[in-house]
Design a protein around this ligand. Structure first.
Ligand code: SF4
Ligand code: SF4
Ligand code: SF4
Length: 443
């Protein structure tokens, strides 16, 4: 069987002493809280009758690395001699997309530098035939380094994307099964409490508060796309090139605010061959240029081409988010950018019967999405959920039911706000995959 060099981790030997983390700090002159190697703990609170289990993990230099494919600026490369997946700081724009793509939470965002940092396999040591510092300094032999096969027991690290071939082999995973559900019940806890013990070690999670520039960018993109689609219909509310250009420029500026290195944003189109994020940015630029030209020149063929480029842009937006884990169960959701664009295409085309059906469908999908999450009463979430339903459905529905069904900006504004709230809330409904979270402790 084909072998390669990689980490070997033995659950049954790890005592959670953090010596590997400290060795990594010393070797690379890094310091807490930004740690290239993490030690994850199950049952950090040390509750009686529950096992206290640890997992030391860093970058596993995957043979088919998703970070490398996802990075829009091509900041990752593979060192041929050691197979190390290396990050190039000079090419990083600080978009953090690799933190979504990596299921091991290995790329770490350094807010002081505005870029990512991560484990480099100690490739300088490997080239001298020395062990990585973390493996060398593990006192119990739980973390070591050597020949491994592709069969690395990914279930034991909670990996769902098994085809990426991380260079880690996991041993001693039978200790995971020493925490049967019956023991958990005997502590007075219930099955849902187990989620608390799988908590991630860092704050690289996704939330509307952090990701609002992305929500605004994708929402404006969908709004403009729907408006362009409607412009080839008779009786549509036309958009002029000034408004189109200003909104497009605003979307780009706001999305750049999200970057750790906004002045490097031009690098984001370099990896369009493999990165959906790179394609998304490139297609948005083409969409805006093509749209402005079509609106100035009033050439219908150019408008149709713009509409097609816009659709390609929205497909790439959806592909960007496809790599994350969803907290809802439906295959499509109400904040999908293609459905937002369709809604606005119908609003600006004034096709009211289709609009009523679309709003009803989207409201149903929104309710299912919210309902499929574990319910925790949060006054602010309840408040914006109320506004999403009122502005996005009740007011437009009432307006269309009780008036003569004609376009008004108050009505359109209500739909726009309802859809915008939905898009923003969506950023609380998915999360990147993380190590240990999917490990089954109950077999
Ligand atoms: S291989 Fe080197 S850089 Fe990577 S975690 Fe270990 S000590 Fe840190
Ligand atoms: S562990 Fe994460 S950062 Fe490392 S190569 Fe795999 S996907 Fe990339
Ligand atoms: S450019 Fe983005 S995806 Fe690439 S390494 Fe930097 S933060 Fe990660």
């Amino acid at each position: 069987m084909e072998t390669t060099k990689g980490f070997i981790f033995d659950y049954s030997k790890c005592v959670g002493c953090h010596a590997c983390m400290i060795a990594c700090y010393v070797e690379n002159s890094t310091k807490p809280p930004l740690s290239w190697r993490q030690v994850n703990h199950f049952n950090k609170e040390k509750l009686p009758l529950l096992g206290f289990i640890h997992l030391s993990i860093a970058c596993n230099h995957c043979a088919d690395a998703p970070c490398l494919k996802a990075c829009p600026s091509g900041a990752y490369y593979v060192d041929k001699e050691t197979n190390a997946v290396i990050h190039t700081p000079e090419l990083c724009i600080g978009c953090k997309y690799c933190t979504w793509a990596c299921p091991f939470d290995a790329p770490k965002y350094n807010p002081d530098r505005g870029i990512i940092e991560k484990c480099h396999f100690c490739y300088h040591r490997l080239k001298e035939n020395e062990l990585p510092a973390c493996a060398l300094n593990c006192p119990t032999g739980a973390l070591s380094f050597g020949e491994i096969t592709k069969d690395s027991n990914p279930n034991a690290i909670g990996l769902s994307k098994q085809e990426i071939y991380p260079r880690i082999s996991v041993r001693g995973s039978e200790v995971l099964h020493t925490v049967p559900l019956s023991d958990i019940n005997s502590t007075g806890l219930n099955e849902k409490d187990i989620e608390k013990f799988h908590k991630r070690n860092d704050d690289q999670s996704v939330s509307p508060l952090h990701e609002w520039p992305l929500a605004v960018f994708t929402f404006i993109g969908a709004l403009l796309c729907g408006w362009i689609w409607s412009s080839i219909m008779p009786n549509s509310i036309k958009i002029n090139f000034w408004l189109f250009g200003i909104l497009g420029a605003l979307a780009m500026i706001i999305s750049a605010l999200h970057l750790g290195k906004p002045l490097r944003s031009y690098l984001s189109v370099l990896n369009f061959k493999s990165s959906w994020l790179s394609r998304e940015i490139l297609l948005f630029g083409l969409f805006i240029i093509s749209g402005i030209s079509a609106l100035i020149l009033q050439i219908n063929v150019l408008l149709i081409i713009t509409g097609i480029v816009g659709l390609a842009f929205l497909i790439s937006v959806e592909m960007v988010y496809n790599i994350t884990q969803k907290r809802y169960s439906t295959p499509i959701h109400s904040a999908n950018t293609i459905s937002i664009a369709l809604t606005f295409a119908v609003v600006f085309s004034q096709i009211w019967s289709v609009l009523i059906a679309l709003l009803a469908l989207k409201t149903m999908l929104f309710v299912i999405r919210q309902g499929s999450k574990q319910f925790v009463y949060q006054p602010f979430i309840s408040f914006i959920t109320f506004f999403r339903l009122t502005l996005g459905f009740l007011i437009p529905f009432g307006y269309l039911a009780f008036t003569e069904m004609s376009f008004s900006w108050i009505f359109a504004g209500s739909v726009i706000l309802g859809e915008a709230i939905d898009r923003l809330m969506y950023y609380g409904d998915f999360e990147p995959e993380r190590p240990f979270e999917n490990v089954s402790l109950q077999k």
